[in-house]
Design a protein around this ligand. Structure first.
Ligand code: UDP
Length: 302
């Protein structure tokens, strides 16, 4: 594993340290010497290194665009040197503000103006997908692109905008739950462990090479309903506060109103469907953040 910890944390892998076969390097994927060695030693590359999170995209667009495009260029070039299969993580942002859900892999992309920085993330990941497919078509490097929809689970940070850890932390600390816009925008959340199963299944199937797959849940929920559910599950007395997009992000911010994947393609190829219900994932996240919140209370230090 290689990570520069720009959005991650060593705490996320502490439970894996010392396990046989688990090695990690705290480095950037643009360190060619380190990457060359790691790629030469591995069987398959899961390329998930990217700058993500709407808040980060708005605050640090140069970092996001450069990191996503240049990083993937390094990964593919070095993978090609050793002829190693690469699975490239992409995103449901690829579909942009297309309102015709569910999204199928070959649907058109509908994006806003380049003056709206949100869409730079979608474009950076689209270039990653194009580049990966180009390596397949031109150099026969085995690649698979997969588009992640909202993926959640314990240890996810809310620092870069991700709604679930933010709502859970707000509910557990008695702070208002910050619902952006009218809260009627919807998302489909899936458990990270289900998503990992999907990615591994794709890596083991020769039929996936040179293609792109949606990975996500079809259980759609509005953000307002999500906030209500988090309040109910935590037994919190927090209120729900509506914040205009202009204040939450930037002037003229455009959100995706609905985001629902069509997962027929991955189901037909590898038999994958998500199986963890939203309620179970939320409970797990609540339990983990609750421990953390309690640990920041003065009594925990005693
Ligand atoms: N959101 C919200 N309150 C927050 C953070 C996010 O209402 O504190 C909304 C956000 O505007 C979006 C949805 O929740 O409509 C999902 O946001 P997230 O950043 O988790 O993922 P996205 O689907 O935007 O990539």
């Amino acid at each position: 594993m290689i990570d520069d910890l720009s959005t991650g944390s060593l705490d996320n892998i502490r439970h894996l340290m010392g396990r046989k076969g688990f090695h990690y390097a705290i480095e950037t994927i643009t360190n060619e010497t380190v990457m060359d060695r790691l790629v030469s030693e591995c069987d398959v590359i899961f390329h998930l290194a990217a700058a993500v999170g709407v808040e980060l995209i708005i605050k640090r667009p140069v970092h996001v665009i450069e990191n996503n495009i240049i990083g993937t260029e390094y990964v593919l070039r070095i993978a090609n040197r050793y002829r190693k299969k690469v699975l490239v993580a992409s995103t449901s942002e690829i579909y942009g503000k297309n309102n015709r859900v569910p999204f199928k892999e070959d649907d058109d992309r509908v994006l806003g103006a380049t003056t709206k920085s949100r869409w730079s993330y979608s474009c950076s990941k689209a270039i990653d997908e194009f580049l990966a497919l180009a390596y397949w078509h031109e150099k026969k490097l085995p690649v698979v692109n997969f588009r992640l929809f909202n993926t959640i689970g314990p240890r996810q940070t809310g620092r870069y905008g991700m709604v679930v850890p933010r709502f859970v932390r707000q509910a557990l600390t008695g702070a208002p739950l910050t619902v952006y816009g009218d809260g009627m925008q919807s998302r489909c959340f899936s458990a990270v462990r289900d998503v990992v199963e999907a990615i591994i299944a794709l890596s083991e199937n020769a039929g996936a090479v040179g293609d792109v797959f949606n990975i996500g849940s079809s259980q759609e929920i509005s953000i307002l309903e999500l906030a209500r559910r988090v309040v109910a599950l935590t037994g919190s007395s927090s209120e729900i506060e509506f914040i205009p997009y202009n204040e939450a992000y930037e002037k003229g911010f455009e959100d995706m109103r609905r985001r629902v994947p069509d997962t027929t393609k991955i189901r037909e190829l590898v038999g994958w469907t998500p199986h963890t219900p939203l309620e179970d994932i939320l409970r797990e996240i609540i339990e983990e953040i609750d421990k953390e919140v309690k640990c920041t209370l003065p009594a925990c230090a005693l």
